[in-house]
Design a protein around this ligand. Structure first.
Ligand code: PGA
Length: 263
């Protein structure tokens, strides 16, 4: 089964609103050209909440050369939760997908597997696409528990995702020790974990698991994108942090994905 290849940029707490729109203005034409060549390639950006609506409005929804993502979403549908932004709110302003369970949310903001699962349930209910992040810490990898840790994160999150849901769900494997460190997983390490995640996804969801995209994230750059994509056809694109902030380097990563599809 051929799967969609995604190149997604997570801006984190970077770029002011005008900078997001400038970035998008540079990115959209380049991306539209790549998408004209490969309809199974999708590019997206996750700016801060304050720029989601305007970013969505700036790119035409058809053919939608750039998807707009939220970096986070509330675990509750509505109510007295000061500072939270719900899945229906994001959906209502045209947001395409929400990133859930990013390691910075898990480690810096104390999000547990249970919270991540609630967020998955909220998105599924609101019809908002999901980019679910899983990944082990350096200590966990050194202790050789990485496979177990990541499997548990996946199982816990999918427990709240209805099997018959039509909501897009993308998985992102992001080893914590590779995020923002300049030290990417080797193609072999990524390939091994992706193969395992593919097996688990298919076991947990026999109908759709094999068709879901599994992205890699952690120090992806124009210089290592091609070799990661070549790793046994297991990696269906990237979730990019630092290198996504510059439209030129982000476009170069999307270009590598396009070239991979041409091979
Ligand atoms: P990085 O971040 O590309 O800067 O390592 C990846 C991520 O956090 O998604």
């Amino acid at each position: 089964m051929s799967r969609t290849l995604w190149v997604l940029g997570n801006f984190k707490q970077n770029l002011l609103h005008a900078q997001v729109l400038d970035h998008l203005q540079a990115l959209a034409p380049a991306t539209a050209a790549l998408r004209n060549t490969h309809s199974s390639l999708r590019v997206g950006i996750a700016p801060s909440f304050v720029s989601v609506q305007a970013a969505r409005a700036q790119v035409p929804s058809e053919p939608n050369p750039v998807q707009v993502l939220a970096q986070n979403v509330a675990a509750q549908e509505q109510g007295a939760y000061t500072g939270e932004v719900s899945a229906p709110m994001l959906k209502a302003v045209g947001c395409d997908l929400a990133i859930i369970g990013h390691s910075e949310r898990r480690t810096l903001f104390g999000e547990s597997d249970a919270t991540v699962a609630e967020k998955v349930a909220q998105c599924a209910q609101a019809g908002l696409g999901i980019v679910l992040c899983v990944g082990e810490s350096l200590a966990q990898r050194e202790a050789q528990t990485h496979v177990e840790v990541v499997t548990q994160q996946l199982k816990a999150a999918l427990a709240r995702f209805p099997q018959d849901s039509e909501v897009p769900l993308i998985l992102a494997y992001e080893p914590v020790w590779a995020i923002g460190t300049g030290r990417s997983a080797t193609p072999q390490q990524a390939q091994e974990m992706h193969a395992h995640l593919r097996e688990e996804l298919t076991r947990l969801d026999p109908q759709r698991g094999s068709g879901r995209s599994i992205l890699y994230g952690g120090s992806v750059k124009p210089g290592n994108a091609a070799e990661l994509l070549a790793a046994g056809n297991q990696i269906d694109g990237f979730l990019v942090g630092g290198a996504s902030l510059d439209p030129t380097s982000f476009t170069a990563i999307a270009q590598a994905a396009s070239e991979h599809l041409s091979q």
